[in-house]
Design a protein around this ligand. Structure first.
Ligand SMILES: Cc1cc2nc3c(=O)[nH]c(=O)nc-3n(C[C@H](O)[C@H](O)[C@H](O)COP(=O)(O)OP(=O)(O)OC[C@H]3O[C@@H](n4cnc5c(N)ncnc54)[C@H](O)[C@@H]3O)c2cc1C
Length: 395
């Protein structure tokens, strides 16, 4: 029981020592309040550590609000404008962290993600923030103040920030705690699904393409009205690679995914210009696609023979197939392999200026726990920095 345990008093308690929670803590600490971060794992920033393949794609200088998926596409705008990629870059430059730009505005550490975690730790220390690791939240109640019961003690706080992230990668600490707390306080949570996640073939396609596992090619992937160009990768269960991960955030069970296997190539013109040629179809396609893929594709779609043996209609049909390969995935690889969770705390429940719950004064949310999901490319960490920063100004 809460009353049997020692009682700590804090101005602000933050649950979750990830990107959003730590940024919020730093800002709240700078404003002079006493701040305590509760983390149930034995380290802070587990997802930061693995992000960007260990080099942390910490932001994107081409950021626009339409890089985010949310039931309310306007919600993210205010926070992203108040703490921008430039602001985060300023912070890492102040700490002397070397970084570089990769494709499409993505910024990565030159060293490792550990540089960012050390920076956040140092900033927390100089803002007087305390962090409690290996700490389980047992229960929360609210009167004037929040009463947070943890394994070892009770804590009273004027403001409570939920920065517990999404449901993906449970091994790194993901839990549904944030969503349960929201529901406890009568806040709506939107439908959630794994996003930025590999897609899984149905049985038929799995048999057809299993032998291509490990092979990648450049393609344009369309899901609903969204289109992404980039690598696709055949896995032993289905498809992955950046263009597939991007499309997966817009995919719902039962939908088709259309894949253009030779984007930007006029394959109809190419095939027709070789109409008199004795070159085999699979060999011609191998000049544009991985050899193993083009041979397998021909076995399945258009048995390979010299181009001169096809009539024009057949060549036009083959060209169409190349640009319109459609699959109906059986599912995704789920939260275990999803980079993020799409959906979350309904943005209608929150002020976009402060991240505070409209119905529950003093209760704030920040980061991926909110129904704002970024595309691949550093957008998710930037949302965590921006929403954490904003919440930190008002707690
Ligand atoms: C493999 C991988 C690679 C990624 N790479 C990138 C990338 O390069 N760029 C990018 O922008 N995004 C990337 N992301 C996404 C990005 O890491 C997240 O969107 C971002 O970290 C979310 O920050 P957050 O603070 O909201 O949540 P999190 O970072 O998930 O932090 C939540 C914290 O809350 C803690 N917690 C949960 N429940 C409790 C509880 N009950 N009590 C106490 N603590 C609790 C967790 O342990 C965790 O420390 C990647 C994600 C994954 C999984």
């Amino acid at each position: 029981m809460l009353q049997d345990k020692p009682l700590i008093k804090k101005d602000v308690v933050i649950i979750g020592a990830g990107a959003a929670g730590l940024m919020c803590a730093i800002e709240a600490g700078k404003r002079g309040g006493s701040v305590l971060v509760l983390e149930h794992m034995n380290k802070i920033g587990n997802k930061i550590r693995v992000s960007g393949g260990g080099r942390c794609n910490f932001t994107n200088i081409n950021l626009r609000p339409d890089h985010y998926l949310s039931a309310n596409p306007h919600f993210c705008k205010s926070a992203l404008a108040r703490f921008t990629p430039g602001d985060f870059i300023g912070m890492i430059e102040k700490h002397g962290i070397a970084y570089h730009e990769k494709e499409e505005g993505r910024l990565f550490c030159r060293g490792t993600s550990g540089d960012i975690i050390r920076m956040l730790s140092q900033e927390c220390l100089s803002s007087g923030v305390q962090t409690l690791l290996n700490c389980s939240v047992v229960g929360i109640t609210k009167s004037d103040l929040f009463h947070i019961s943890i394994n070892s003690c009770g804590i009273e706080a004027g403001s409570l920030v939920i920065a517990t992230g999404g449901l993906s990668y449970p091994d790194l600490g993901a839990t549904d705690t944030g969503f349960r707390i929201a529901k406890q306080f009568g806040l709506k949570v939107t439908k959630m699904k794994p996003a930025l996640v590999p897609l899984v073939f149905g049985q038929g396609d799995l048999k057809k393409f299993a032998e291509l596992s490990g092979l990648s090619l450049d393609a344009r992937v369309t899901c609903g009205r969204k289109q992404f160009t980039g690598k696709i990768l055949f896995t032993h269960r289905g498809l992955s690679g950046p263009a597939i991960l991007q499309a997966s955030s817009y995919w719902d069970a039962g939908n088709e995914v259309a894949i253009d296997l030779m984007p930007g190539v006029d394959s109809c013109g190419l095939l027709i210009s070789h109409r008199q040629s004795r070159i085999e179809l699979a060999n011609l396609l191998s000049q544009y696609l991985p050899r193993k893929f083009s041979h397998r594709w021909c076995e399945l779609q258009a048995p390979s023979q010299p181009l001169c043996r096809y009539n024009e209609k057949q060549l036009r049909d083959i060209a169409y197939q190349i640009h319109h390969w459609t699959i109906r995935p059986a599912g995704t690889e789920g939260y275990k392999r999803a980079e993020i969770t799409a959906g979350g705390i309904d943005t209608d429940e929150l002020s976009s200026k402060t991240m505070e719950a409209k119905k529950v004064p003093g209760l704030f949310f920040a980061g991926e726990v909110i129904d704002v999901a970024g595309q691949l490319g550093g957008y998710n960490l930037q949302w965590a920095w921006s929403s954490g920063f904003v919440a930190g100004q008002y707690v």
